[in-house]
Design a protein around this ligand. Structure first.
Ligand code: RIB
Length: 333
């Protein structure tokens, strides 16, 4: 096995430069990087990550725990996290818990055993077991999206209340009064806060909240479809539906199409997340945009600050959301 010194000699650079190329720990010009990588290929050199981590006590690897990597919001969020981490010289190990608390606990142990330098954690629910395990081990941690409230942890969330409020206010501004809501899992803070914003907007417009117009979904398109069929066959039919995420809104649009209803002429639909797909479905989806790149960048910055300085005061960040208007909302005909 070639050594780092042999690679340096072959590339006509110092061993320190080879190390910086491998670890992304300092700027290296594209020319030098290519020289070193060519020398590594020619000599068949493979960095010994384990030896390196034993020496430095760091692996330059971060754990990312997600509850549903198949959901486009988390796919786009995960992309933002990976991009931000790679720019700072870190690799990501992604763990998908499928909203299963046991998997969440197992993966937390796996990442701890892999000696990750820190973790970005999107909780599957209220269970604190995995979080306690992480914090007891003193592992640097940033909680994202699902607010863990009273725990003293670095946190990055979005203003879900405001998102639910402005989505509903938009539908009211179109003249709609019979406005339904399909929630996400009620135990998750993002969904609960969006529904609270929906209620507040109705009450501000002096419209009593009709609890029969609030149906429980699970953030999957199938629940939007099933609840959409139920709502759209009621009499009187709602004039608009606010779905607490885009995947459920897409399910509602399928249900409306199946019932021969036109969007927005017969029913307006608003989603939440502003996933990329939403701009390309028919009709394009009005949605409350979550700033996924900014969430990822901020989460990585907080985590790397924490890794460098464990004594930093905890920081809690609530990022603003923005209503993106497309053709799925309009005045009733
Ligand atoms: O679409 C998945 C949902 O789960 C998003 O709204 C995100 O906020 C997460 O809570």
């Amino acid at each position: 096995m070639a050594t780092i010194k042999e690679v340096a000699a072959r590339a006509d650079v110092s061993s320190a430069t080879v190390s910086h190329v491998i670890n992304h720990t300092r700027y290296v010009s594209e020319t030098v990087r290519e020289q070193v990588e060519r020398a590594m290929r020619d000599l068949g050199y493979r960095p010994n990550a384990l030896a390196r981590s034993l020496r430095s006590g760091e692996t330059h690897t971060l754990g990312l725990i997600l509850p549903d990597s198949a959901n486009p919001f988390f796919a786009e969020f995960g992309h933002a996290i990976e991009t931000a981490a790679f720019e700072r010289g870190y690799s990501i190990i992604l763990c998908n818990t499928e909203n299963d608390l046991e998997k969440e606990r197992v993966y937390t142990e796996v990442l701890e055993n892999k000696q990750v330098d820190g973790m970005v954690f999107v909780a599957s629910g209220e269970n604190r077991a995995a979080l306690s395990l992480i914090t007891q081990k003193g592992l640097p941690l940033v909680v994202v999206d699902r607010d863990m409230g009273n725990l003293e942890l670095d946190t990055v969330i979005t203003d879900n209340y405001q998102g639910g409020f402005v989505a509903t206010q938009h539908l009211l501004s179109l003249g709609h009064r019979l406005i339904a809501c399909i929630t996400g899992p009620s135990h998750l803070t993002p969904s609960a806060e969006r529904v609270t914003g929906y209620r507040a907007a109705l009450l501000q417009a002096n419209i009593p909240v009709d609890e029969t117009l609030i149906l429980r979904g699970d953030f999957h398109a199938s629940s939007g479809y099933a609840n959409g069929l139920q709502l759209l066959q009621r009499l009187p039919r709602p004039q608009a539906i606010f779905a607490c995420n885009d995947m459920m809104a897409i399910g509602v649009i399928r249900a409306a199409s199946q019932l021969g209803l036109r969007i927005p002429q017969d029913i307006s639909v608003v989603g939440f997340d502003n996933i990329e797909l939403g701009a390309y479905i028919t009709p394009p989806l009005t949605s409350v945009a979550q700033p996924k790149p900014a969430i990822g960048q901020l989460a990585i910055n907080l985590l790397l600050d924490r890794i460098q300085n464990p004594a930093l005061p905890r920081r809690r960040n609530v990022l603003p959301v923005q209503l993106v208007l497309r053709e799925s909302t309009g005045r009733s005909l």
